[in-house]
Write a protein that binds this ligand. Structure first.
Ligand code: ZN
Length: 152
């Protein structure tokens, strides 16, 4: 990676870390999960709204280091209209990117996180929001289905 590119990536991370997109509560969310990274103290509460198995909107609350906030912010923009299975595929590639510096597919804006592979302790910061989102999509869907049942 060139010094110029590294600088650009860092400035995007700092920008998303300071001014996270999709930060706040989500009134129509039907999936929630809180993730905590004790190694760094990052705490992220994910709210997701799905329709027909596709994610329509992701918002998050919490606090943490620039890497954890930037990862949540980028993720919340890039995973819309995807199913949980599709998100799991993107996450596998993203995980490869931040642990090796390379990914199988073009991950678009997520590429700015590639420098994380040089700081193994930060991998958990970068993946926290993803784990929380996938847990939200797994756990709460069962409950929502029950609540959505027609009264007899
Ligand atoms: Zn962190």
């Amino acid at each position: 990676m060139t010094a110029e590119l590294r600088e650009l990536y860092q400035s995007v991370i700092i920008d998303h870390g300071r001014h996270p997109r999709n930060f706040g509560a989500l009134a129509n969310a039907n999936h929630h999960h809180e993730g905590f990274n004790p190694l760094c103290g990052d705490r992220i509460l994910i709210h997701a709204q799905t329709q027909n198995d596709r994610v329509e909107k992701i918002m998050f609350e919490g606090s943490g280091c620039a890497i954890s906030m930037a990862s949540a912010s980028l993720m919340s923009d890039l995973l819309l209209k995807k199913t949980r299975a599709e998100i799991e595929t993107v996450f596998a590639d993203f995980h490869q990117l931040i642990t090796t510096g390379h990914a199988n597919q073009d991950l678009g804006k997520l590429r700015v996180m590639s420098g994380v592979h040089e700081f193994p302790l930060r991998v958990k910061c970068a993946t926290l929001a993803w784990h929380a989102l996938l847990a939200a999509l797994r756990d709460v869907s069962g409950k929502v289905t029950t609540e959505d049942e027609e009264p007899i």
